[in-house]
Design a protein around this ligand. Sequence first.
Ligand code: SAH
Length: 346
Amino acid sequence: MLAKKNIREFNLPELKEYFESVGDKKFRAIQTYEWLWKKNARSFDEMSNLSLELRQKLAQEFDLVALRVDASQHSSDGTLKSRFKTHDGHMIEGVLIPTEKRNTACVSSQIGCSLSCKFCATGLMDRKRNLGFDEIYDQVALLNEESNRVYGHNLTNIVYMGMGEPLLNYKNVLRSIERITASDSMNMSPKRITVSTAGVAKMIKQLGDDQVRFNLALSLHAATDEKRNRIMAINETNNIQALIEALNYFYDKTKNDITLEYVLLQGENDSLEDAAELVKVYRKIPTHLVNVIEYNAVAGIDFVKTGEDQTEIFTKYLADHKVNVRVRRSRGKDIDAACGQLANKG
Ligand code: SAH
């Protein structure tokens, strides 16, 4: 428990109210808010246009709990993994993935994960707690700083595909995106943000009701309930039919992009029969794309990635059946920064 109030829980009108209540000028609230959300200050000391006295008063009254970079690793392909430390000593990971046209940040939404997808490294960990909206925001801000330092420009895209299930930390995820997209903060377009879910039907519908403006990715990975139950336990309570209905609802309400993700596991979900089932599901979902993902090996997990030839056969079948399909090569494998490998090995 934090003893003091987290200053970033306060919106601008609330901060103005506070400054007035202690006899300070309202514009000090604006300055402070800028330090928090435009300049990403990580301590009150940095707020150099506030008097020393005011900075001390703020530090007495509030906490500024910021994520810190604990360690960074560079992959030979340019991918950069950062390990972040939370104020209460937990470690989480975020990844910066540069390509020719994009600089994408992949961020975590929870410490660990409560789902135990059989192929995923994070799934081997327990869920410790949800991340606060400010902790999710900090990963983006810190990776953005890194992007500027190394590549000379801002992030272009953000994916919620790190550790955890974003839709089981719904409020904080939405609030972090509000900050990332706010004109008084990072001002990114929501069209450049994708939230990836293992499939929580009720919360997918909630996204529709909340008229969100970012994109959604569903980790499908198997196109029959029998197979999906085997690798993703969440399917037992959120089956494929429920997900189809939820995604149609989401699309009707928002018209935002939906992507299906399908990681190829050798001998598990990569046969032509599996492809045929995937085509059937694809046709029932208002999706524009299937991302076929190369599986990344995880220590202690027996799944093996599908070979090149079978990947080609599988994706050709999809393309021949009018599925818009793209193969996603994995990045950052040499530093365990690839999808499903984030687990803080230290
Ligand atoms: N919980 C969310 C987001 C985190 S995982 C979700 O399930 O979508 C991001 C993506 O990586 C998901 O599609 C997930 O299934 C996939 N993934 C997990 N482990 C993987 C691995 N070892 N190799 C490749 N992709 C993996």
